[in-house]
Write a protein that binds this ligand. Structure first.
Ligand SMILES: [Zn+2]
Length: 61
């Protein structure tokens, strides 16, 4: 997977507010993005429902 400090597992706390992209969906050719605010918990992906996915921080908002 992506080796970057901008990746988060489900249940981790977001340390920035913005758009996060599910990497399991991304590698499957599907774009799944969620907006998470700083201090909130990264959710399970509603699309792939994989409990071990990684969220990649994409852009601030
Ligand atoms: Zn997903």
């Amino acid at each position: 997977m992506v080796n970057s400090s901008l990746t988060y597992k489900i249940g981790e706390t977001a340390d920035r507010t913005g758009t996060y992209e599910c990497l399991i969906c991304k590698y499957a050719g599907v774009v799944t993005e969620v907006h998470v605010e700083k201090g909130k918990i990264l959710p399970m992906c509603a699309t792939c429902k994989d409990s071990d996915t990684t969220w990649h921080f994409k852009k601030s908002s």
